[in-house]
Ligand binder design. Structure first.
Ligand SMILES: [Fe+2]
Ligand SMILES: [Fe+2]
Length: 157
């Protein structure tokens, strides 16, 4: 597997695990539920910044495909994911855990979205860059400062 695809797929797996941890804690401890959700939210926010500010621009500049292309669709889906994150966040912050509707939609959107990225977009991005450029992109993503993504009322503002 090519480096960008592998790195990003691993993050999808990690995100799925964090979301499941939140869901399984929900009926137990409210404070832990808030922490678990906050961690998932911040990690998904980081993942979206990685894509929108590092990977998608590289694909768009190399292929000349921006508007109307796959990254435009992904950006749109990110917007919905962020709305759903805020929806769950506001409920959980208010001590309410009946967030099943939001969770169902988030799971559905994320599953289809991640499959498209893993099967089409990430491999296409890997084809656009050299091994050296891929390593540089991954280093730059890892170095993204927390203030760019770590916003949540139970986390860093
Ligand atoms: Fe994405
Ligand atoms: Fe992704």
């Amino acid at each position: 597997m090519k480096p960008i695809t592998e790195f990003m797929e691993q993050d999808h797996v990690r995100l799925d695990g964090l979301f499941r941890a939140f869901q399984s804690e929900k009926s137990r401890d409210l404070e832990k539920t808030k922490q678990f959700f906050s961690e998932f939210k911040q990690c998904l926010q980081r993942h979206i910044v990685w894509e929108e500010e590092f990977l998608f621009p590289r694909f768009e500049s190399r292929t000349g495909v921006a508007e109307g292309g796959p990254t435009a669709v992904m950006r749109l889906e990110h917007r919905r994911l962020k709305e759903l994150l805020e929806g769950i966040h506001d409920q959980v912050a208010a001590g309410k855990t009946d967030t099943g509707e939001y969770e169902r939609e988030l799971t559905e959107v994320l599953m289809v979205h991640n499959t498209k990225e893993e099967s089409i977009l990430y491999p296409a991005i890997d084809r656009c860059v050299s091994a050296k450029e891929a390593a540089e992109l991954i280093d730059a993503m890892k170095g993204l400062p927390p203030e760019r993504y770590a916003h949540c009322c139970t986390g860093t503002h």
